[in-house]
Ligand binder design. Structure first.
Ligand SMILES: NC(=O)c1ccc[n+]([C@@H]2O[C@H](COP(=O)([O-])OP(=O)(O)OC[C@H]3O[C@@H](n4cnc5c(N)ncnc54)[C@H](OP(=O)(O)O)[C@@H]3O)[C@@H](O)[C@H]2O)c1
Length: 294
């Protein structure tokens, strides 16, 4: 890993962001582990202290321009560079399109897409002046394949994939590399944090959907999907598998002129990515229907 590297990670309070901040710091990278609720930073601070890791916890809400600007400015004032950005903050809005309000849909994009855009735009002037930088965008296999009952979550991740592919052309001449991390199902706090359209239900504490009296015309599809999805979580890989891939991607990108653009993480993600490449649209539709809805 390159000496004196500085990393900024979003959404470090739990799951993939938490593990990635620790993994980077364990490689000696000065890591700014940002989170919107710094009270959730006690565990990472305790581990950092016990292992003497270079981690600083800062408050950053990726939905908020000012919050993002202030944090990036603070880092620049302190260490005068940012080498690695990991755009990880995000959540899932699950359910059928017709059941969602425009506000719920926009909120999903505000975090998963515009959140990443905000942070990228803020770090770019610094990375460009350095003539070096690595931007890691944590999307999802749902950003490669449209997953049933995840229409808006999938769209927000597709949008981030498209942005990443496209900006890589304008950033590469400035020494800035873009990497996509596409996990499948990972056992983090993702499920408890899933949001459902308020029209169809509220969640229990474990993240399970509890139906409202109001009925969705799409209940059959949502129920079928969730009955496949929830059990997957039990045996899903831990966030550490994703942080391991992020670390590997950063290592390759910082030590060679090449970098692998896209990392699928988890067997489920790999098999869906292969299906998307190898199958016709019709075959893929049948394959996903069989696998996720029957
Ligand atoms: N777990 C999966 O199955 C899976 C699969 C594919 C992709 N992903 C992606 O991986 C990323 C990390 O998810 P995870 O699995 O680690 O879930 P997680 O444990 O729920 O972590 C999500 C993180 O994002 C933060 N966050 C949400 N909104 C934010 C905002 N406005 N500003 C700053 N931070 C915000 C959360 O903070 P709070 O603690 O404050 O809520 C939390 O730290 C997400 O982008 C997710 O879409 C997850």
């Amino acid at each position: 890993m390159v000496k004196a590297s500085i990393a900024l990670v979003t959404g470090s309070s739990s799951g993939i962001g938490f593990e990635t901040s620790l993994a980077l710091a364990r490689k000696g990278i000065d890591t700014f582990a940002t989170m919107r609720t710094p009270q959730k930073g006690d565990t990472i601070k305790r581990i950092a202290k016990a292992e003497n890791l270079p981690i600083t916890v800062l408050k950053m809400d990726v939905n908020n321009d000012d919050s993002v600007r202030k944090v990036v400015k603070k880092i620049i004032n302190k260490v005068n560079r940012i080498d690695i950005l990991v755009n990880n903050a995000g959540y899932g809005l699950f359910g059928a399109l017709e059941d969602m309000t425009t506000k719920e849909i926009k909120n999903q994009f505000e975090t998963n897409y515009f959140g990443a855009v905000r942070v990228i735009k803020e770090v770019l002037p610094t990375m460009r002046k350095q003539r070096r930088g690595i931007i890691v965008n944590v999307t999802s296999i749902a950003g490669v394949v449209g997953i049933p009952s995840e229409c808006i979550y999938s769209s927000s991740k597709f949008a981030l994939e498209g942005l990443s592919e496209s900006i890589s052309y304008e950033l590469r001449p400035h020494g800035i590399k873009v990497i996509l991390i596409e996990p499948g199902v990972i056992n983090s706090n993702f499920v408890p944090n899933i949001k459902f359209p308020s029209l169809i239900g509220k969640k229990s504490k474990s993240g399970r959907l509890r139906k409202n009296a109001s009925f969705s015309h799409y209940s059959q599809t949502i129920d079928a999907f969730l009955s496949h999805y929830y059990p997957l979580m039990k045996n899903a890989p831990s966030p550490a598998l994703v942080s391991k891939n992020i670390l590997e991607a950063v290592k390759i990108a910082s030590s060679s002129s090449q970098c692998f653009f896209r990392y699928t993480v988890g067997e489920d993600s790999k098999s869906l990515a292969t299906a998307k490449k190898d199958m016709s649209d019709f075959q893929l539709h049948e394959f996903i229907t069989k696998r996720m809805l029957e």
